[in-house]
Design a protein around this ligand. Structure first.
Ligand code: NAP
Length: 250
């Protein structure tokens, strides 16, 4: 454990499960105060309890992170209980599998609303706190599927590709602000989302270079680094945390 985040307030969306939960626990270990925003209120509470049991500080807020009013309410509660927001991990997302020709337009709109418009709105709400402080970290969880493509996921890959582009655009627009914007695209990580996907996880794991799927903590480690003081000269970048599945430069 390091104390490097020293009471800074971190919002982690979708932290009631999987990767988000691991990020919340890890940032709490680094002494951030954590606001868990998740549509799954029970999961959010469970994560808060885990953080408190480990000696950290956390609040759980039930919020649909694609709903502007809910986001505003969550941010107001976070500021009132913990203080201004310094770190944002846009992690909440959904990942349905549907062949392109079977994907109706409403499902496409839903995936874009949650995975792309959601981070847009959450970032708009949280970023002014960071700008005002002259210090901030925005870390966007995309997907290795943006780098490789993924069958039956054109809607999902479109949303995560949009999030990748948004991250780079904001990184450049605000490069001199003290706020960094970076990307973590997970490979295959063992979470409830992966277990619900139409893949045989064990067979798939054997096909990967490291012969295993990743752990949520693998993603949390990359997120913790990007959130740290040491990462202050890194913006608009990608830490591909995928066990060697994809080795390209973006
Ligand atoms: P997960 O276990 O399903 O956790 C996602 C959490 O986000 C759940 O608690 C979920 O609640 C919540 N959520 C969904 N929609 C929300 C919304 N509108 N507002 C607030 N919270 C919402 O999934 P995960 O595997 O940890 O995935 C986390 C992120 O990593 C996602 O963005 C995903 O696309 C990305 N990712 C995951 C993998 C992987 O292999 N696991 C690979 C690449 C990228 P409900 O359970 O109630 O829906």
């Amino acid at each position: 454990m390091t104390r490097s985040l020293n009471g800074r307030v971190a919002v982690v969306t979708g932290a009631g499960s999987g990767i988000g939960r691991a990020c919340a626990l890890r940032l709490a270990e680094d002494a951030a105060k954590i606001a868990i925003w998740d549509i799954n209120g029970d999961g959010a509470l469970e994560t808060a309890k885990l953080i408190e049991a480990a000696g950290g500080t956390a609040i759980a807020i039930t919020a649909d992170c694609s709903d502007k009013a809910a986001i505003k309410a969550a941010a107001d509660e976070t500021r009132a209980k913990l203080g201004p927001i310094a770190i944002l991990v846009n992690n909440a997302g959904i990942a349905p599998f549907n062949p392109f020709l079977d994907t109706d337009d409403d499902l496409f709109d839903k995936v874009i609303r949650i995975n792309l418009r959601g981070p847009w709105l959450v970032t708009k709400e949280c970023f002014p706190d960071m700008l005002g402080a002259g210090w901030g970290r925005v870390i966007n969880i995309t997907s290795s599927s943006v780098q490789t493509g993924s069958p039956a996921q054109a809607h999902y890959v479109s949303s995560k590709g949009g999030l990748m582009g948004m991250t780079k655009a904001l990184a450049l627009e605000h490069a001199a602000s003290g706020v960094t914007f970076n990307i973590v695209p997970p490979g295959f990580i063992d979470t409830p989302m992966l277990r619900a996907a139409p893949v045989d996880v064990e067979t798939f794991a054997a096909s990967l270079p490291m012969k295993r799927v990743g752990k949520p903590e693998d993603i949390a480690a990359a997120v913790a680094y990007l959130a740290s003081e040491e990462a202050s000269y890194i913006t608009g970048q990608t830490i591909s945390t995928n066990g060697g599945r994809y080795m390209g430069s973006h």
